[in-house]
Design a protein around this ligand. Structure first.
Ligand SMILES: [Zn+2]
Length: 74
């Protein structure tokens, strides 16, 4: 997924996200833990914010469409 397709990132969150190499970003998005599926899933329809100095991605599980989140520590 291209960064250009992420309209719901705050500016600082986008800058943080863009500083991560593309292959790492892809990996981060593809192994988010889903508490309902009980395994790692791909996060979709996500937004990005900075919380407590960490990049917080909040979105939906690609499989069950439940809420999932990933914190990327700064
Ligand atoms: Zn799920």
């Amino acid at each position: 997924m291209a960064v250009e397709n992420l309209p719901d990132f705050t500016r600082p969150a986008r800058q943080r996200w863009e500083s991560i190499p593309a292959d790492i970003r892809q990996r981060l998005l593809a192994n988010v833990w889903c508490g309902q599926c009980r395994h790692e899933v791909t996060i979709t329809n996500f937004t990005g914010t900075i919380k407590g100095g960490d990049l917080l991605l909040v979105g939906k599980c690609a499989e069950c469409h439940g809420d999932v989140a990933r914190v990327i520590e700064g």
